[in-house]
Design a protein around this ligand. Sequence first.
Ligand code: KG4
Ligand code: ZN
Length: 333
Amino acid sequence: MLVLGIETSCDETSAAVVDENRIRSNIIATQQVHIKYGGVVPEFASRAHVKQLQHIVELALREADCALNNINGIAVTYGPGLAGSLLVGLCFAKGLALRLKIPFIGINHLEGHILATAANEPKQEYPYICLVASGGHTLLVYVAKPLVYEVIGSTIDDAAGEAFDKVAKILGLGYPGGPAVEKAARLGNELAVHFPRALLEPDNLNFSFSGLKTSVLYYVQSLSKDQLITQVNDISASFQKSVSDVLAAKAILAATKYDCKRLILAGGVARNNHLRETFEKTCKNQAIAFAVPSPELCTDNAGMIARAGLMRLAKGEHSDYTLDVFPNLALKT
Ligand code: KG4
Ligand code: ZN
């Protein structure tokens, strides 16, 4: 079975082909048009998807060494995300499915992130806890069996990736913020400034990052321009440590509470090496098996969407042509 995946929920235009065992191709084009605006401009994102989606799909088919006629089903993100961007992918998928007379299925982008580790290793052990840390979401999910999710914690304000992006802006590190903060942090002392760690009460599985961001803002405002230049790496490292400490503590708390011996870290923030190392160390100490997708499968990509689609299509599920985009789609329990 070959499934074509399409992902256009934000500023990555991506197409992938998966079979039952692995990803055959996963083409990801990160739109450059937003850089000079310091964040994603929704209308420009939709236009860029329209312009390049067909070409990206052709590249994905070529790299997978297959023709359109070999594809058995299409998986496409229908939410959450930017309405116009989602619409480009969904319309394209519907049109192609109609022409090829094959089923298509709308996939929740968050399920895609959860299944990113499964993209190249479909046989996973259950149950597990998955922490999805992305630009729009920070979720703790209990996964008892394939395709069944229970959200057990989430952020009450900013997402972890959003905090990285806002702190990068405060520090003048530009966009995209996560990689820029990580780069600066590599040269800094993570113990230089003690930033707060929120909601660490023993029973609380929710997150809060807006106080941390404000604390970085106040700290920066207390510095002169010259002081900021000399301290930017230390502030980045101290902020990154604060986020890593909280995410790891909460994930371990969830694993303990739900008696899970397996933990998966996913979403764009999971690209962060400091965070990956913190999780590795903490899980080892607690005798919990840890898994994290390869970096390109952490940030938005169609490989994870195609895997989710293949798993659902194989169960006999599919969507019908009345399916619409759902910008605020939640993860179904
Ligand atoms: O999953 P993703 O590609 O898109 C959403 O679904 O939101 O995540 C993007 C987020 C951005 O906030 C970005 O700053 C963050 O992931 N990110 C990182 C790193 N790479 C991307 N955060 C920290 N360190 C990184 N290396
Ligand atoms: Zn995402």
